[in-house]
Design a protein around this ligand. Structure first.
Ligand code: ADP
Length: 416
């Protein structure tokens, strides 16, 4: 496996190495050209400006001082007996006549000795390091930053691209697309992560599939004995107490409804979009259902595309809840449009309402508010189905705050 940290580390080291080699080369070139210039200027000075041996010492010193300033170099002029005639700048140490002419190494950098025809020797030493250190520092830092930016970009981009693909795979899986997998590129930690993700996603898909199958098969299989119990109940007739028989019938009906809802929920989960699609007018559909519950209906017409029996079931579940939990007053149904592309249906009742922290949770399967389970009515799947049907049709279902008390459920659906 090619370790990711090693790739990053080696890329940075390689960039730094290249930058330092380039700077070293530049430094040498700059220093060499500076020395060349200084030697040339010193030779010209010796030929044209340096006063003769016989000139007064003061005049000679002034000339040496001029050369020092012009070149920003240390300068020394020695007599033929190696005594110092004049010097400017830092003293040049360990001057030895036997090495006169050419380069003389020494502490503080090498010097250049020029043997003059009159027996004197002119020695110059260019200060180590090129001039304008500030400029150099800025140039070096800029070069370093630019090299890191240019050199690291392809590596970082390649890495983040793969991470982005991995992220979108994780998001797809999170949204319920169980078939989501990512491409495995390279042989590093990211590739290992992608491999683990694919393995985990495959396992999750397998588990969920087998759970769904189990649920659907169980529900289906429960139907047969339930039908037999129903039949037996009809046959026993007056042999059991009428009140007892009614209770048994109710229990069987409730069980039948639960099985029906579980089967529908797992079918909706599997299909994700409605199997039967036709144009449905929502105000008309709402009015038909509302009539069964004595609910008032108002609003505007809105045409959507979907499965009419599922949409009817969705409105019916909301009205059924309003009847169960919404108090004595009949509920209202309203239909409107949020935008030219989105319609809404609202079912509102005047019951005790739903506290804000519960408004999202009640859409979870089998989540019931305290007190509701004791009533023995409902299966706890009604609102989960409402949301599933709405989402299957490209919309959603929410519970909103209702001014004036009661609860207010809103389903949004796309308009055709
Ligand atoms: P149930 O079969 O219990 O009615 P639902 O999924 O339809 O299951 O509703 C979940 C819970 O939300 C209910 O048990 C009830 O506590 C609460 N609920 C639903 N509709 C209303 C409503 N209109 N007013 C107050 N509470 C409601």
């Amino acid at each position: 496996m090619r370790r990711l940290y090693l790739q990053i580390y080696l890329t940075i080291i390689a960039i730094l190495l290249i930058v330092f080699i380039a700077i070293g080369a530049l430094w040498r070139i700059a220093a060499a050209s500076r020395f060349d210039h200084a030697i040339e200027a010193a030779t010209e000075f010796a030929d044209n400006e340096l006063p003769p041996v016989s000139a007064p010492r003061l005049e000679v010193r002034a000339a040496v001082e001029r050369l020092h300033r012009r070149l920003s170099a240390d300068v020394a002029l020695y007599a033929s007996d190696d005594t110092l005639i004049a010097g400017a700048g830092r003293p040049i140490p360990a001057w030895r006549r036997d090495r006169a002419g050419g380069w003389v190494p020494g502490r503080g950098g090498p010097s250049w000795a020029l043997a003059l025809d009159d027996g004197r020797t002119l020695v110059i030493r260019v200060a180590p390091g090129p001039p304008h250190r500030g400029v150099w520092l800025i140039a070096v830092l800029t070069a370093l930053a630019a090299a890191v930016a240019v050199g690291a970009y392809p590596m970082v981009r390649r890495l983040t691209r793969r991470l982005e693909r991995l992220k979108s795979g994780v998001e797809q899986l999170g949204e319920g697309e169980l078939g989501a997998r990512v491409r495995i590129e390279g042989r590093d930690e990211v590739a290992a992560l992608a491999e683990s993700f694919n393995r985990a996603a495959a396992r999750i898909e397998e588990l969920i599939k087998s759970h769904k199958m189990l649920l659907a098969n169980c529900s289906h299989e429960l139907r047969t004995p339930l039908a037999r119990i129903n039949m037996a109940l009809a046959l026993v007739g007056d042999a059991i107490e009428p009140a007892r028989r009614e209770q048994l019938k109710k229990d069987v009906a409730e069980l039948d409804q639960l099985i029906d809802e579980i089967l529908l929920a797992s079918r909706l989960d599997a299909i994700r979009t409605p199997e039967r699609v036709e144009e449905v007018e929502l105000l008309g559909l709402a009015a038909e259902e509302a009539a069964r519950y004595d609910a008032s209906v108002e609003g505007e017409t809105a045409l959507t595309r979907g499965d009419p029996s599922l949409l009817r079931r969705m409105i019916r579940n909301l009205l059924e809840n309003a009847r169960r939990y919404g108090g004595e007053t009949a509920p209202d149904v309203r239909v409107g449009k949020l935008s030219p592309r989105q319609a809404w249906i609202e079912v509102r009742d005047r019951g005790p309402g739903i506290a804000e922290p519960e408004r999202e949770k009640i859409f979870e399967p089998f989540h019931r508010l305290p007190g509701s389970a004791e009533t023995g009515r409902g299966t706890g799947l009604g609102l989960a189905l409402v949301r599933q049907i709405a989402r299957n049709h490209g919309g959603d279902a929410v519970c909103l705050a209702a001014d004036g008390g009661g609860s207010r459920f809103r389903v949004t659906l796309p308009v055709v």
